[in-house]
Design a protein around this ligand. Structure first.
Ligand SMILES: NC(=O)c1ccc[n+]([C@@H]2O[C@H](COP(=O)([O-])OP(=O)(O)OC[C@H]3O[C@@H](n4cnc5c(N)ncnc54)[C@H](O)[C@@H]3O)[C@@H](O)[C@H]2O)c1
Length: 299
């Protein structure tokens, strides 16, 4: 089990949600933190919260879609703190909705934030980690990165890629004394889904109106989110997994049950995928009906 005290950690997307909870919990563990985000207002608030816990903390802007931002952050990190002991590639976004309406620009935007960010981060930080023969890389995937059960499609594609990348790195970097973990959260109560872009057909937008559609999808997401785990609780489990040097860090047994099915009974797993999709469609259909809209008419 790794002792995190006095070690140096970098977190992307630390202004809110899981990243923020990581910052607060790792400060309690006695880590020196370098927190980054594009939302500087909330990042400063997190910095203040962490400083109250008497931890050493630096905050800087890092738009994870920009390689130069990573280079600048790395320079500052090395001069302020030294080696990176724990690198948490956490920033992420969701774009979902109909596959027919998701544009190529939407795909690029999502893959830039969820996947290219990690490639940039590795390119910038890995050489020094290899040189110092140590460190731990933690990539944030999702249940949507191990089960392709439903929407949002670009998000699922990005998170499967993150899982594949992490699993391959786990073996390769072991030779250099570097640990790799991939976190597979189920549903954590953060603002990610409320902020997400959901793409609907033009006819539906014309008939219902963009503002009202947004309200309806927000209320559906809120309903689903009410059952989600609080980020502080989820992060406690993630830190335990990091300390145990686990490759996969899960927060729910439901995912493990589905994965067992995937590995042991393919026909049952295929049925599970189809049923899950049907259930989601039905949930959405019923929700829209509450607002007097027959969503099936727009398929
Ligand atoms: N909340 C969940 O249920 C859930 C489930 C599975 C996986 N995840 C993953 O956990 C991670 C954190 O998500 P969260 O739920 O805390 O979301 P969140 O929206 O609360 O926090 C994400 C943070 O990333 C930042 N961010 C977005 N785009 C960025 C960019 N281009 N550069 C830098 N920072 C950027 C945001 O400003 C925000 O502070 C994501 O990778 C997400 O995919 C979350």
């Amino acid at each position: 089990m790794i002792d995190l005290k006095n070690k140096n950690c970098l977190i992307t997307g630390a202004a809110k949600g899981i990243g923020r909870s990581f910052a607060l919990a790792l400060a309690q563990e006695g880590m020196n933190l370098f927190i980054t985000d594009i939302d500087m207002e909330n990042l400063e608030k997190v910095k203040n919260e962490v400083e109250t816990a008497e931890a050493r903390v630096y905050a800087a802007k890092c738009d994870v879609t920009k390689f130069e931002d990573f280079q600048n952050v790395a320079k500052e990190f090395y001069s302020e703190l030294g080696n990176v002991d724990l690198l948490i590639n956490n920033a992420g976004i969701v774009i979902g909705g109909s596959i027919f309406e998701i544009t190529l620009d939407d795909w690029r935007e999502l893959l830039d934030v969820n996947l290219w960010s990690i490639i940039y981060s590795l390119k910038v930080f890995l050489p020094k980690m290899v040189e110092s023969r140590g460190g731990h890389i933690v990539n944030m995937a999702s249940g949507a990165g191990v089960l392709g059960a439903t929407e949002p499609l670009p998000y699922i594609a990005s998170k499967f890629a993150v899982v594949g990348l992490s699993e391959a790195l786990f073996g390769q970097l072991n030779n250099y004394g570097i640990n790799v973990s991939v976190i597979v959260p189920t549903y954590v109560r953060t603002g990610i889904f409320q902020k997400s872009k959901v793409k609907y057909s033009q006819k539906l937008i014309d008939d219902v109106g963009e503002k009202r559609l947004r309200e309806i999808s927000q209320s559906l997401l809120k309903e689903m989110g009410s059952k989600a785990m609080l980020p502080d609780r989820a992060v406690k489990k993630y830190i335990m997994g990091i300390k145990n040097n686990q490759l996969y860090i899960y927060d729910s047994k439901a995912i493990l049950r589905a994965l067992t099915l995937k590995g042991t009974n393919q026909p049952q797993y295929e049925k599970f995928l189809k049923d899950w999709n049907k259930q989601n469609e039905e949930k959405t259909r019923m929700h829209f009906l509450k607002y007097g809209i027959d969503i099936d008419k727009y398929k």
